[in-house]
Write a protein that binds this ligand. Structure first.
Ligand SMILES: [Zn+2]
Length: 340
């Protein structure tokens, strides 16, 4: 058994405390929301600064600048806080379609001394039309090629497949990429992470599709489930064998002021996790913050990569989650998912 990091293989015992879903260099302008409001239109074009932080926390996806993390030196500085608190590893889910730069990940990992496990995959809605022409088998071959040789023409090898971005209802291309990823999971034995449309309940359909391709659901993560706390739904996903990922810790603002969608608070996330643990799903839970925007970095008034270790773990303990259970979620579960 081994785990592939951007610097090469490590023994699973050396993985340590791991954030299961982060982004260090990313461009998610594909998620940008346009607005008719003249005040917000102005802000949407400005660089992120203190004077517009309040606006951006209520309208987090309007800002072109905030949707881009493109500074490796800043990533090194931000990750250093995580390392200081005992963080050893993180999984970076950024594929080439959303600005992933594998060689930069290698440089960041070397500079800060945090182990980075990179993903590879297809992220809708950022995919080019031309991919429609490829068959499921051809899409799978590309992924398997990346697993064997390295991501995006580099020699940086991925340690898992994902995140596979999907919306709801699925587009034909999303279904094809999902099937391709499931076949690549079977062929390579690597784990697979899937980004569902986070406000919809599409996970069972996604799992049905990957299962029909022969994928092992115990090697599958459903990401972003803590956009909407729904314990019976999350328990049902775990019951099928998959990992349930609460990966938006620290995000407690509006998703969109206009649609009145509001993220849960961290305390609500912990209450839900406590129930899932009581119901026997401890071994299916993964934790992270999914930092993917400037306003989530410490440099720009956010909580950064260190938030879970600095604030959430102490809160969990006060709320009745045992140290050993935290270790299972942050060390043992990522280790099991990544080992092959
Ligand atoms: Zn995602």
């Amino acid at each position: 058994m081994k785990i592939m990091t951007v610097l090469g293989e490590i023994a699973p015992e050396n993985l340590g405390t791991t954030l299961a879903h982060e982004h260090l260099i990313i461009d998610v302008s594909c998620r940008r929301r346009m607005t008719d409001d003249p005040h917000l239109q102005r802000i949407a074009e400005e660089p992120v600064s203190m004077s517009i932080l309040g606006d951006l926390r209520r309208n987090p996806t309007i800002s072109a600048d905030s949707l881009r993390l493109n500074d490796a030196d800043l990533a090194i500085k931000e990750l250093a806080y995580y390392k200081e608190l005992g963080g050893r590893s993180l999984m970076d889910h950024t594929s080439r379609w959303i600005g992933g730069r594998p060689l930069e990940l290698r440089r960041i990992s070397q500079a800060v001394g945090v182990q980075i496990v990179a993903g590879c995959g297809y992220y809708s809605p950022a995919l080019p039309e031309s991919l429609n022409e490829l068959s499921v088998e051809e899409l799978k071959e590309r992924l398997v090629g990346e697993v064997e040789r390295g991501v995006d023409g580099t020699d940086v090898r991925p340690g898992f497949i994902g995140e596979i971005g999907t919306s709801w209802p699925l587009t034909p291309l999303e279904e094809k990429t999902l099937r391709a990823a499931a076949r690549a999971q079977v062929e390579t034995g690597l784990g697979l992470s899937i980004h569902p449309s986070p406000w919809d309940k599409s996970a069972h359909t996604l799992l049905d599709i990957v299962e029909s391709e022969g994928a092992d659901l115990r090697r599958v993560i459903i990401c972003h489930l803590d956009h909407v706390i729904d314990v019976p739904y999350h328990a049902a996903i775990a019951k099928r064998g998959a990992y349930i990922e609460y990966d938006r810790f620290g995000v407690e603002w509006y998703s969109s002021q206009e649609t009145l969608r509001f993220f849960p608070r961290d305390t609500e996330r912990v209450v839900a996790l406590r129930t899932l643990i009581e119901q026997g799903f401890l071994e299916h839970i993964l934790l992270s913050q999914d930092v993917c925007q400037k306003i989530e970095l410490r440099e720009f008034g956010g909580h950064g990569y260190s938030h879970i270790l600095r604030y959430v773990v102490p809160m969990m303990k006060k709320m009745g989650v045992a140290e050993e259970q935290v270790q299972t979620m942050m060390v043992e579960n990522p280790k099991r998912f990544l080992s092959h």
